[in-house]
Write a protein that binds this ligand. Structure first.
Ligand code: ADP
Ligand code: MG
Length: 623
């Protein structure tokens, strides 16, 4: 458990200092910010008392940016400059969005960069910038309410977000000048809000999180094991949400209106707005009066249930599939958490309850629950609860890497990566006919081996004889939900394999982790310099090795004594430069050595061609 009981750098606080922290739910439709105040986590309202901030951003010609309901109100009249659902584009490349673009009302700018940009009157804007505006608004709200600067935030992301999408979310936070303690999976946040991680009666439990938002449906199956959340499976439909329920009511209205119905987009818009109102009102009463201009009718919960049936079924199919992917039986699920505004619909609660054969958790406002969980995490990470014996984390606290030639460390898994995780990297041999390779596993943030923590060392043997650089050695790092690391090395052409299991957190105290992280920041510049020096030294070795092996094979036939001496002099100068430990002198000496050897290289090449062509039909080489 030691791995999970860390505090972040600089966050182990003096007893009475309270650090301001917040949790942010950056949603597709709506976003929220929450904080723990007097021990209670709750969402924060704007001046008008609104908690939900519509995730809509409008760009004006004068460069002003409007965020939230004010932007949403004009969405239809200023489609091109009012951006909603930016979350769908976060971390996506030009190619990814081609399929999405057709469904979105924006003009995409032609851009050289891989990040798609939307053309607006205020210039070309990326989804990262749009998200940053939303985050800035929430940051200002939190700082006004809490009365001080935020020290850090936890931002939630869908469990299925990949690295690029997570990175884009972090970039947006950086643009908004926010310190991100960490990103947290939305379903995990919801489970935390309900305190499911605090349940002492179970070592392990399975939780289903059903999240029906405005435009997306996500189902996640989580396993909570001694305080660690592991995502077993995710599923859902990125094109199914509350909006679809609006549409079915709108269709009904249009049908009832008969000849009153119109194709005018403005009128259709009105119908949709009324449809949404009716849908939301039906969550509170069984019959609702529907009226548009001079037309009116009544609509009942029963009618709605019937029309909504195909949509409800779709979500339950996705639940079934996710359970199958997770290899979990329905009756193993011990808690069902409801998330997203659309789970207020009684029919959804009822059917989900039937499906899992247990009443779902609905006590916490379903559109606030994710932000609340994030706030609880943020408060813990800020160090405001020094007594808590355990921090719920689902990430690795320090980077894991390998020693490479020259005493340098190559990071394989970066710190704060969510676990469980598997990452592989390819390495190669440095010397001709090298038949073994030592795999040295390290933990920490620094650039050189001595300054990181050595976790394990093992040797991959039986590498077949090959020239330097030809072997393909795949090293795989696998960290499971308990934070256990398993490292495997395999030579890919022969399949020679070797592996070891290590516990990366063993023996490392909180303060040690902190020091390692702060050290890496303080020493970043010195480390970079050390790294450059090592790299040049490695390069020097490589050049010398190459010269030696060449001279060994053909110096006698290709070089005169004088020529040989010139090369040996350059070699000697390089050896001296390497010992001087001055990056620039080594660089220069390598250059000099290469220049001196140019004629030799050319001669060897000619020789090779001649050997290769000997006895061959010349025509063969003409094609
Ligand atoms: P997202 O996670 O996509 O940002 P939310 O969780 O905020 O979205 O959910 C927004 C959706 O919830 C909208 O479709 C909205 O109509 C729906 N919704 C909000 N309140 C109710 C209600 N009382 N009954 C039914 N649907 C509701
Ligand atoms: Mg949501």
């Amino acid at each position: 458990m030691a791995l999970l009981q860390i505090s972040e750098p600089g966050m182990s606080t003096a007893p009475h200092e309270h650090r301001l922290a917040a949790g942010i739910d950056l949603g597709t439709t709506n976003s929220l910010v929450a904080a723990v105040r007097s021990g209670e986590a709750s969402t924060l309202a704007d001046e008008k008392g609104e908690h939900l901030l519509p995730s809509v951003v409008r760009y004006l010609p004068d460069g002003r940016v409007v965020v939230g309901s004010e932007a949403k109100a004009v969405e239809v009249t200023d489609l091109n400059n009012t951006i909603s659902s930016a979350k769908r584009l976060l971390g996506r490349g030009i190619d990814d969005i081609k399929t999405l673009a057709g469904r979105l009302p924006y003009e995409f700018a032609d851009s050289d960069s891989q990040v798609p940009k939307i053309h607006t009157v205020a210039g070309d804007i990326s989804a990262i910038e749009v998200s940053a505006e939303i985050l800035k608004t929430l940051k200002a709200r939190a700082e006004n309410t809490l009365g001080g600067d935020l020290k850090g935030v936890v931002i939630t992301v869908p469990a299925y977000f990949d690295d690029a999408q997570r990175q884009a979310t972090k970039d947006a936070a950086r643009l908004a000048d926010l310190t991100v303690y960490r990103l947290l999976n939305e379903p995990t946040a919801a489970a935390v809000a309900y305190g499911l991680d605090q349940d002492e009666d179970f070592d392990e439990k399975i939780i289903a999180v059903y999240d029906l938002g405005g435009g997306t449906f996500d189902i996640s199956i989580l396993r909570l094991n001694r305080g660690v959340f592991e995502v077993l499976a995710t599923g859902g439909d990125s094109a199914l949400g509350g909006d679809d329920f609006d549409h079915i009511i709108a269709e009904w209205i249009l049908q009832q209106q008969g000849e009153h119905a119109s194709n005018d987009p403005q009128k259709l818009r009105e119908v949709l707005v009324e449809a949404r109102r009716v849908k939301e009102a039906l969550s509170l009463s069984d019959t609702v009066n529907v009226s548009i201009n001079d037309w009116s009718d009544t609509f009942t919960a029963e009618q709605f249930a019937e029309l909504a049936e195909p949509l409800v079924k779709k979500t339950l199919f996705a639940c079934r599939r996710a359970l199958r992917d997770a290899d979990i039986d329905k009756d193993e699920v011990m808690d069902v958490v409801m998330v997203g505004g659309s789970t207020r619909m009684p029919i959804i609660r009822e059917r989900v309850g039937e499906f899992f054969a247990r009443p779902p958790l609905v006590d916490i406002d379903p559109d606030k629950v994710v932000a609340v969980g994030a706030a609880i995490q943020a408060d813990l990470l800020a160090g405001n609860k020094p007594d808590t014996e355990m921090l719920l984390l689902d990430v690795i606290p320090l980077s894991l890497g390998l020693e490479t030639y020259g005493g340098l460390v190559e990071k394989v898994i970066a710190r704060n990566t969510t676990i469980p995780i598997t990452r592989a990297q390819e390495f190669t041999t440095f010397k001709d006919s090298q038949n073994a390779m030592t795999i040295h596993v390290l933990q920490g943030e620094r650039e050189t081996v001595e300054e990181n923590r050595s976790l394990a060392k093992f040797t991959l043997r039986d590498i077949p004889p090959m020239v330097a650089g030809a072997a393909r050695i795949k090293v795989t790092f696998q960290v499971d939900a308990d934070g256990l690391l398993n490292v495997t090395a395999e030579e890919e052409t022969t399949g020679a394999k070797s592996s070891i299991e290590v516990k990366p957190s063993y023996g490392l105290s909180d303060t040690e982790i902190e020091t390692m992280i702060t050290d890496s920041m303080v020493n970043a510049k010195a480390d970079m310099e050390a790294r450059k020096l090592r790299e040049q030294q490695v390069e020097a070795d490589r050049t010398i090795e190459a010269l030696d092996s060449a001279m060994q094979s053909d110096a006698d036939t290709l070089l005169s004594d004088d020529e040989r001496n010139v090369l040996l002099k350059a070699r000697e100068a390089l050896v001296l430069a390497k010992e001087s430990a001055n990056t620039d002198s080594i660089k220069d000496a390598i250059k000099a050595m290469e220049t001196a050897a140019e004629f030799y290289v050319a001669r060897r090449m000619d020789g090779n061609i001649r050997t290769a062509m000997a006895g061959q039909n010349i025509d063969k080489f003409k094609e």
